[in-house]
Design a protein around this ligand. Structure first.
Ligand code: APR
Ligand code: PHB
Length: 398
């Protein structure tokens, strides 16, 4: 039986909604999670898989750190390829010992789902016609249908964790929100394959005059690779053979030769976009994760930003219910946005540095190569890259 009333109604059961639910439960705050899709559909979405230390710590705090602790692959460096040559950046050495961990969003989402199920927390999957009401006043509610039956869930607050295409941001009056957006003139074609990663100790980012390529991993036997392609391409234009031939041409000779290939188990195209909506609070409605912002995947900041939003939002609710203070709620938007814009800048910069832009031509390529030379040879620039890559502290001053 679903309760008719809860403290926090969470809309969307992606990583943001699931993690928020786990943290609220731990603090003894009631919530109900309402999701439009089925669990299988949610798990089928393949996204980036690099976790900052702050994200790993938050998962542990929420009681869901076991998966990443058992199967995450800790990285101390990244590798940049340009002009057919590979350069390592000692990320850990340049950040006083910080690391990043390769662990897929699918695996992380599964851990969160299983945790929720084991606790028997109220979750509605395949909810239709989800609508948010009354958040500008004192009695918000979420209405939806489940199996043809209409439900109304009254609550104190609504957390809009329903992604870029969700209903939460769309429910806000247009004049109350400002949106900033940049759409990049290309896409990523991603392939998942059961082959050992070509470089298991580091993610490889390659700039080439044929376009960007990325070598990542999900485990020691499963690789995730990407190539930049025109946004107008479709997946069926890319046979496995074409993909493997193309990625090899974009890497340095050693990696290209070492790369093991095999049948793809998933292949998908992703557009690249930078997007931020301000503010992130509207009365009793709060946006978190992709509902409020999108980064291009270069640098893998999307999931980590979702985690920092959720950290700030869960702390704000805890301050409200436990300490009877509205300070966290009042500062949520400003606090989250300060970190978001820093990660937006980093993701935009790394995207601009590594991809072929049709409009900039050979001169643009030369500028990128000059900047990359400078980057790998300058401790100052390498440190700047590294400190952004491992993630800014959650509590940095705004
Ligand atoms: N009602 C209920 N749920 C909805 C609705 C709706 N109207 N619209 C969308 N949803 C659900 C989606 O089906 C999805 O499961 O909200 C969830 C949002 O999940 P994500 O899009 O994964 O967003 P988020 O949880 O913020 O995760 C951010 O995802 O895109 C990546 O890079 C990003 O890794 C980051 C992470
Ligand atoms: C991934 O593993 O899918 C991945 C890794 C690093 C990125 C982007 C995606 O920058």
């Amino acid at each position: 039986m679903l309760p008719a009333r809860t403290q926090v109604a969470i809309v969307g059961a992606g990583p943001s909604g699931l993690l928020l639910g786990a943290l609220l439960h731990k603090a003894g705050i009631d919530h109900v999670l309402i999701e439009r899709q089925s669990p299988g559909y949610v798990l089928g979405r393949i996204r980036a898989g690099i976790l900052e230390q702050g994200t790993v710590n938050l998962l542990r705090e929420a009681g869901v750190g076991h998966g990443v602790d058992n199967a995450g692959i800790v990285h101390h460096s990244i590798e940049l390829v340009f002009k057919n040559t590979r350069h390592a950046i000692d990320v850990t050495g340049l950040t006083q010992g910080k690391v990043v961990t390769a662990y897929g969003q699918t695996e992380l989402t599964r851990d969160l789902m299983e945790h929720r199920q084991s606790l028997g927390l109220p979750t509605v999957y395949e909810a239709t016609d989800v609508q948010l009401q009354g958040f500008e006043g004192n009695s918000p509610s979420v209405t939806f249908h489940k199996d043809g039956v209409a439900h109304t869930l009254a609550c104190d607050f609504i957390a809009g964790c329903d992604g870029y295409h969700g209903v939460a941001r769309a429910s806000v009056p247009k004049n109350a929100i400002t949106e900033y957006e940049k759409v990049y003139p290309f896409a990523w074609l991603g392939v998942l394959a059961d082959v050992p990663p070509v470089s298991s100790h580091a993610i490889v980012y390659a700039n080439s005059d044929r376009g960007f390529a990325l070598c990542s991993m999900r485990s020691m036997t499963r690789s995730r690779y990407y190539v930049q392609c025109p946004s107008t391409d479709s997946v069926n234009q890319w046979s496995d053979q074409r993909f493997w031939d193309e990625i090899r041409l974009r890497l340095d000779p050693e990696l290209s030769q070492r790369m093991q290939t095999g049948p793809s188990i998933e292949k998908s195209m992703a557009p690249l976009r930078s997007f931020v909506a301000e503010p992130m609070r509207f009365g009793r409605l709060f946006l978190a994760g992709d509902a409020a912002h999108i980064v291009p995947p270069t640098g893998a900041k999307g999931l980590n930003l979702a985690a920092s939003d959720v950290k700030y939002l869960s702390s704000a609710f805890i301050e409200h219910y436990v300490d009877r203070s509205t300070a966290g709620i009042d500062h949520y938007s400003q606090r989250a946005l300060a970190r978001i814009w820093r990660a937006e800048r980093f993701s935009w910069w790394l995207t601009s540095l590594m991809h072929q832009f049709p409009e900039t031509g050979a001169f643009g390529q030369k500028m990128q190569e000059a900047e990359l030379e400078y980057l790998v040879n300058s401790p100052a620039l390498s440190t700047s890259l590294s400190e952004n890559y491992v993630g800014l502290p959650l509590d940095f001053a705004t």
